[in-house]
Design a protein around this ligand. Structure first.
Ligand SMILES: Nc1ncnc2c1ncn2[C@@H]1O[C@H](COP(=O)(O)OP(=O)(O)OP(=O)(O)O)[C@@H](O)[C@H]1O
Length: 737
């Protein structure tokens, strides 16, 4: 057996590095020899010194290598070493030139100065007080991260994962992981039950351990929440969680009672069966139901004029005649506490919002319009002429440092000061957002939901709009007539056809709905690239391939999935260029000018507008922007989002960004694009649905181009599978009202 040795050395060169887990092959040097070492050295860079523990192994191709089991960084012992160490990029904010200047000034005292008196770095030419403080912070953090990483390596926790843990827990990471690794599942983005379970197994934690079972149950419930459900039938939950953890359904069941007692979950008998909720979803559903009932039955501030007369005045002012159904929708929304107006594209939803706003202006009722996403709010402002905000903004969201979570400023104690609240794109509201909204709306307010209930349901859990309609206790009007102007668009006509289960009409002369038949996936991919680079920009001369075209796809994986499409489109629309800086992150490469999307809500993320210097916090899942700058010295990327919001990402936050040349249809909800392009190939039947095709088609305004197999498109039209969501709002509303 090879014996363990301890070796010292300075890294001469890094031959290979797996960014995700930190596995590295490096050439080391000391006074006696040069050797190759392999192992987990996540932060190692050329110029840094290590004490390595390991064994010699012979690789069949590369020969003798030192296989590292433990690596301790050694601080430099000479001024040259010190300069190399700083110049290696080890400390954010210090490049080669600055490293030389710092070491020239402070010599071997450099590291102590950086740690204990960072202000003194400002004595070095080119370093201001702010930069000095930033370097001090970066150095401190770097040392702490290195310690945490070293400890966590023992449990095969990758460097990327260790950084996430450090971000969440700081220096307490080691204690928390040692005490209960399952805690990570609740707290750390990107760590699932399986990863925590693998760590626990290494620590020797028992399979039937209470923490383990509870974590597995929470994980299973969260999985269902991620799929849009607010609860899971108890029997199904016990089976699925049991399979996941390889324990019996009885063991799971026994733990449910304790979890319910602790207030983690709620077990309820809903329509004759026992179902299990994660507590926040139970509370939200109950509260939404109770408050909808209160707002629905409250008496309303009177409108001191006859509604028919007001509608007539509005028609005259706007120069149009509302259909009977539209008039009915306007009247019922003003006569009821809560009402729903739904309809497909071109049925007059925006027209009705305009009419209602006009009447309300005449009546002097204070009104707010809001939508679930920033893009939707912007669109309403543009098309209706009335200011609309996001629901989050209306509710004055903020990030609470003390609770480390997002909160709304508008609550039951500090409610919204409006007599009417109109919510557009209501199909996108999930149960938690609805809960926030309902908390802030006082009975006596008219609450009007407008949306298209045939769109895909909200990304978040719940089926709020459909549940309200299907409960039959909330006043709902469905608009079905398509108006003349809208009829001229094949996009609108086809969207309605698809929704009714009829095949769309394609490629009419001077029309806006095209189908390009292609048989192989590779052919489809090439056609999409050609459309973006050449054909569409030459046909629509004022169209910008980056800004105005959006590729949508049902899936993430595969040749036609968003991940690969993004790679391919980046290569043709924004290819490598020595003038454009790049940043690698795992498999992804971000380049200046790239179109990117934020993929999780980040309420803390600071933004700044450069035109009016306003500042704020909060970048949301689905927000799309462009990379304007990459700073290699500070490891930062600057993205400009809609409305000129500049946001700076640290490279460790790049898991929140994705390229956005292509996005999934689910992610595109609430957004509209001048030109939509979508491949139509074989996709899993749960995704290749009528509902999804309808949602994709209705995102396009000027043109929709489908590329692929007509038969597959027909199959999508026929696949009327709407994945049922386990939600309790409908039943609750029915029983309460
Ligand atoms: N009563 C009406 N008489 C004539 N034209 C109408 C009437 N109602 C709506 N329209 C016209 O129909 C078109 C579609 O209306 P509108 O934009 O309000 O629909 P929408 O449901 O909001 O559509 P989308 O969901 O696509 O935004 C518009 O050009 C609008 O002017």
């Amino acid at each position: 057996m090879a014996c363990t040795e301890v070796k010292n050395g300075i890294i001469e060169d890094i031959i290979f590095r797996n960014k995700e887990n930190g596995y590295t092959i490096a050439v080391f040097e000391n006074e006696e020899e040069q050797f190759t070492a392999v192992g987990y050295l996540p932060f190692a860079d050329a110029g840094r010194s290590y004490e390595l523990t390991g064994t010699w192994k012979t690789h069949p191709v590369y020969g003798e290598q030192f296989d590292v089991s433990e690596a301790k960084e050694q601080l430099p012992v000479s001024t040259k070493g010190m300069e190399n160490f700083l110049a290696s990029g080890a400390v954010k904010g210090i490049g080669k030139k600055t490293a030389a200047l710092i070491v020239k000034k402070f010599g071997m005292d450099t590291l102590r100065i950086m740690e204990e008196e960072p202000d003194r770095l400002s004595e070095v030419e080119g370093i201001g007080l702010k930069k000095a403080a930033a370097i001090g912070e970066a150095f401190k953090e770097k040392r702490a991260v290195a310690e945490v990483t070293l400890f966590l390596q023992k449990f095969d926790i990758s460097a990327g994962c260790a950084i996430r843990l450090y971000k969440e827990y700081g220096e307490a990471a080691v204690d928390i992981v040692s005490q209960n690794p399952y805690q990570l599942v609740n707290d750390v983005y990107g760590i699932g039950f399986k990863k925590a379970d693998a760590i626990a197994e290494k620590m020797g934690i028992d399979r039937n351990d209470e923490y383990r079972i509870q974590s597995g149950v929470r994980f299973t419930l969260n999985y269902y929440v991620g799929e849009g459900h607010t609860y899971v039938p108890q029997k199904l939950l016990c089976e699925r969680a049991g399979q996941l953890m390889e324990v019996s359904t009885e063991t799971v069941y026994e733990n449910l009672v304790g979890m319910a007692f602790e207030g983690d979950i709620q077990i309820e008998n809903l329509e004759g069966q026992n179902v299990v909720f994660l507590m926040p979803y139970f509370m939200a559903e109950q509260n939404v139901c109770k408050r909808l009932a209160a707002v629905n039955s409250a008496s309303l501030k009177a409108i001191h004029a006859d509604l028919d007369t007001l509608i007539r005045i509005t028609e005259n002012e706007k120069g149009l005649e509302l259909s009977e159904n539209q008039k009915f929708a306007v009247k019922s929304s003003l006569e009821n506490g809560v009402s729903v107006i739904t309809g497909g594209p071109g049925t007059g939803k925006t027209t009705i919002i305009n009419a209602i706003m006009n009447i309300l202006e005449h009546s002097g009722l204070k009104t707010a319009i809001a939508a679930p996403t920033g893009r939707a709010a912007k669109r309403i402002t543009e098309t209706s002429g009335y200011y609309a905000s996001t629901i989050h903004r209306l509710l004055e969201y903020y990030y609470s440092e003390s609770e480390d979570t997002m909160r709304f400023g508008k609550t039951q104690e500090n409610p919204l000061d409006y007599e009417v609240v109109i919510v557009d794109e209501a199909s996108m509201i999930d149960i938690l957002l609805m809960n926030g909204l309902m908390n802030a709306v006082v009975p006596g307010t008219r609450l009007i939901f407008v949306g298209d209930s045939d769109q895909l349901p909200s990304v978040g859990a719940g089926n709020v709009l459909r549940d309200m309609i299907d409960s039959e206790v909330i006043y709902s009007v469905k608009l079905t007539e398509i108006f003349r102007q809208a009829k001229e668009s094949l996009i609108v006509v086809n969207a309605h056809k698809i929704n009714k289960g009829e095949y769309p009409e394609c490629n009419g002369k001077d029309k806006d709905f095209f189908f390009l038949r292609k048989s192989g996936e590779k052919d489809m991919l090439d056609t999409i690239k050609d459309l973006c680079c050449r054909r569409l920009p030459s046909y629509f001369t004022d169209c910008d391939a980056m800004k105005d075209m959006q590729i949508l796809t049902p899936v993430r994986k595969g040749l036609l999935g968003s991940i690969n499409l993004n790679k391919e489109l980046q290569a043709v629309l924004n290819p490598p260029n020595p003038e454009l800086a790049e940043q690698k992150y795992g498999e992804k490469v971000f380049r200046v000018q790239d179109k990117v999307m934020q993929i999780k809500n980040n309420y803390q993320m600071a933004w700044k507008r450069l035109d009016d210097f306003t500042e704020g916090q909060g970048i949301f899942n689905g927000d799309v922007g462009f990379i304007s700058h990459i700073d290699k010295e500070f490891n930062e990327i600057v993205v400009v989002f809609d409305d000129n919001k500049y946001v700076t990402y640290d490279v460790t936050q790049l898991d929140e960004l994705e390229l956005a040349y292509a996005v999934t249809v689910h992610k595109s909800q609430g957004s509209e694009f001048p030109i939509v392009i979508m491949p139509i190939s074989w996709f899993p039947p749960v995704l290749a649905t009528r509902n999804l095709l309808y949602t994709a088609v209705t995102r396009g305004k000027q043109a929709v181009v489908l590329v692929g197999s007509v038969n597959k498109m027909y199959a999508m039209v026929e696949n009327n599978r709407i994945t049922d969501r386990y939600t309790g709002l409908k039943a609750r509303l029915k029983s309460l009202l």
